[in-house]
Ligand binder design. Structure first.
Ligand code: KG4
Ligand code: ZN
Length: 339
């Protein structure tokens, strides 16, 4: 069966077309329009501008898919239903509703965080591929610009949220601290690059380590900003930027690993999946592998770590395969907050 997936939760507009059969999937198109240039000057995503860009980009991406594919052949549409920025989600919803009406097709809403999790099971390659297997219960950490959430999955859909950030998300802190250092948006990849040139580590606080599985990063962000201001008093900040990037990144990743370890031991979990934009970070990947030598660790391919339509199309397929029924276009809505 053919499935079209639409992603508009944040600042990436994505539409992908896949073909799926039992435990196999084939990627036919994965169209993406990145908006970072629009938001760069503001140092973060501006929701209303994101919605405007999605509205502009969605028809263009669809045109590329329609060029050599008859959309009437699809089984159903899937779209990213939330969590995300409300105006951005609404632009995706309206687009998918119009399309469903026009094609007389139904829709499977796909939770954006669930799609980040499922994305660890596929590869971004041409031709048919077998969907990877994962053992439940599994621990799933979604770490992005909007979320830092830890889940225990009993099976494909039944999840228990163990904890989440009570303030900033890990990626958000990387973005905001990068901005304070005068680095371009998005900050995560810039910090990763600069951290490689570091020689020294500045100790930074690790808030909320003892409080269950919740996270809090805003105190760390404030401590980082104070440290930058302190350094600026006696030397040029440029010399210390690699060390600051290294220290911030290392502190955030150690917090994530601490909570993962605690959950792994408590719930006797074998398989661990880490996804979301920050999971693209190679240092994080290395640190996790080193800390969990006896567990099977799943990361998405770098290109699938950040938002895209393929994750949503594939998410729609796994939900369908596990019994989710598609809805009519009048039945769908969006949710900005995670559930
Ligand atoms: O999942 P995503 O594309 O969008 C959200 O749902 O937020 O994640 C974007 C976030 C941004 O905060 C960005 O700085 C971060 O992921 N990010 C990274 C890297 N690549 C993207 N953080 C650390 N290292 C990276 N290589
Ligand atoms: Zn995301």
């Amino acid at each position: 069966m053919f499935i079209l997936g639409i992603e508009t939760t944040c600042d990436e507009t994505g539409i992908a077309l896949i073909e799926a059969k039992e435990d196999k999937v084939k990627i036919l198109k994965n169209e993406l329009a990145t908006q970072y240039k629009v938001h760069q000057q503001y140092g973060g995503v501006v929701p209303i501008l994101a919605a405007r860009e999605h509205k502009k980009n969605l028809p263009l991406l669809l045109k590329n898919i329609e060029k050599n594919f008859d959309l009437r052949k699809i089984e159903f549409l899937s779209f990213s239903v939330g969590p995300g920025l409300l105006p951005a989600l609404v632009s995706g919803k309206e687009f998918v509703q119009d399309l469903a009406k026009k094609l007389n097709k139904k829709i499977i809403p796909v939770d954006h965080l669930l799609a980040h999790f499922y994305s660890v099971l596929i590869r971004n390659k041409i031709g048919w591929q077998k969907i990877k297997e994962i053992n439940f219960p599994s621990l799933v950490l979604i770490v992005s610009g909007g979320h830092t959430s830890l889940y225990l999955f009993k099976n494909w859909q039944e999840k228990r949220k163990l904890g989440e950030t009570l303030d900033d998300a890990a990626g958000e802190v990387l973005d905001k601290c990068a901005r304070y250092l005068g680095l371009p948006y998005p900050g995560g990849p810039e910090i990763e690059k600069l951290a490689k040139k570091s020689k020294n580590y500045f100790p930074l606080p690790k808030p909320m380590l003892q409080r269950g599985y919740h996270f809090s990063f805003s105190g760390l962000k404030t401590a980082f900003i104070d440290l930058v201001d302190e350094i600026k008093k006696y030397k040029k900040i440029d010399e210390e930027i690699p060390n600051l990037c290294f220290s911030l990144q290392k502190t955030i990743f150690e917090i994530l690993i601490y909570k993962l370890k605690k959950a792994k031991e408590n719930f006797k979990v074998q398989d661990i999946a880490i996804s979301g934009g920050v999971a693209a970070n190679q240092t994080l990947r290395k640190m996790v592998k080193k800390n969990f030598p006896n567990n099977k660790i799943y990361f998405p391919e770098r290109k699938l770590s950040t938002d895209n339509g393929l994750n949503i199309a594939f998410g729609g397929y796994l939900l369908f395969k596990n019994g989710t029924l598609p809805l009519s276009y009048q039945e769908i809505d969006v949710y900005p907050r995670s559930i």
